[in-house]
Design a protein around this ligand. Sequence first.
Ligand code: COA
Length: 577
Amino acid sequence: MNPLRILLLCHSFNSLTQRLFAELRAAGHSVSVELDIAERVTEEALALFAPDLLLAPFLRRRLPASVWQRLPCLVLHPGPPGDRGPSALDWALLHAQTDWGVTVLQANDDLDAGPVWAQARFPLRAASKGSVYRREVTQAALQAVNEAVARFASGARAAPAWSGPAPPPHWQPLLRQSERAIDWAEDSSATVLAKIRSADGQPGVLDTLWGQPCYLSDAHLASPAGLAAFTDAAPGALLAVRDGALLRRTRDAGVWIGQARLVGADGQKTFKQAAASLFAEATALPLRPVPLQRAADEWGELRYTEHGPAHARVGCLSFDFYNGAMSTARCERLHAALLQVLQRPTKVLLLLGGEDFFSNGIDLNSIEAAAQRDGDSAADASWRNINAMNDLALAILHISDRLSVAVLRGNAGAGGAFLALAADQAWAHDGVVLNPHYKNMGNLYGSEYWTYLLPRRLGEAGAHALMAQRLPLLARCALQCGLIDRCDAAPEGFAARCLQHALALACSADWPARLAAKQAQRQQDEAQRPLADYRAQELARMQRNFYGFDPSYHVARHHFVYKQAHAWTPRHLAVHR
Ligand code: COA
């Protein structure tokens, strides 16, 4: 295939755009990125980069005519051909569609109605919008974009002709809050879940908690057993707290609400936080923690299962934290759970992270919240959080009586990527994108023992290069360079295949030799330079990031948490500048 010059124009360099960026580059194309800041800036990028093709995977507004008249522009729409409008996935999830898709269209003066270059379909999972976007939509987008780009690279300059009648255009307007407002007295749990999921991660469903207007996200069905104590409660009543989430009665059952965002006074911007942490009233509710091993229908962030014969047991510890954000409290809960499961006689421990993200490091939202609390500060909260992450990473590094494996079912970024490397092995699948670097967050130095973990896998030069380039890395490229140890072909069935592999490892003849080798290596490494020394050196740099004169980290975090529009495209992405 002829290599092309492709300009990615996007509202933000989100996970879908990152995947396309990395895949198109891996396929040999020359790719540059421009954030959609202003028409003039995009025109400037066209002049500087002179692309063959513009690809717009994630835009929040229409492409200007001055751009699409100048070169072929392919826009990704997260809906099947015919579907049009700005809330495609929201409507599909709200209406519980079962079959959905993505379309690659050529931009023209008719929004979402240009000629169709490619499409891909998928069964629509009953999950949050963000989860479907990061998994099915991203996978389908890659397939459709590859098809469209291959067609373009082969010399075609027009979309393929439709076989059969073209699908009828179906314009769906912006989904408004009134259309997904929850009627707690009338709506079933299924309806409540569909409404919240259709708005999750953004904008959330506008509702009230203790009379205060706020947007709800991160909803999970409560189990009948969990509701047994509350059968007399009225629909809408707030009943209990677990893992920072609030249990709320519905007409026919109940839901756990994990995240809420207050409506700001006078239109002030706000951000999502653990729902219970936002309201003093929540402290009066009963706490309902759950054991790590429990029925599948009982929601909780942490879960542990065990498998295999008595002499070769495999433990699986999952930590499904919203957005992979690991606050101090979450790190401490996970640390306690880890110590608990290490009491079990397993030979291999799988650390499964969450379904959508393995981990994205310290929780920038909860740190931002500390900045608004009397007697606390963002610097202190950052310090507590990175220390809690380090304690967790250290506990993983200290596992000496069994093999540990980080299983990346979803993406991992910043400290979350290094947390995975604290395990003996890291396994991922081909849909995973890693961001194993910190600098994008205001030049953060980073900790989580990365100065020990990265060079031992990549060497000093390789570690330095990876940290400096600040780019997303496909799991198969991470495997090639030795950053991870396995890359499975497909996300479907990945966790089950990992378990089979772990079971084989647990009863393999070389398990004792592997364990002995790891113990010897750790002892040798410790003798050469203690882990405490790596930690002290990293934290000395982090202390400067948090408490020093240069406010870059605090500024970058503030912008990230409040989702402030970008004023310019980072130079490591806009290679044309
Ligand atoms: N803390 C709090 N929230 C986080 C987070 C973190 N560390 N990392 C991601 N999120 C949230 C985002 O705000 C976004 O929220 P939304 O549900 O309101 O949309 C959501 O997770 C998805 O993040 P997004 O940036 O859209 O995901 P992505 O897959 O496109 O990008 C990253 C992944 C890792 C590149 C990006 O999220 C990031 O840079 N995160 C910060 C990592 C970091 O610097 N951690 C601190 C240092 S250890």
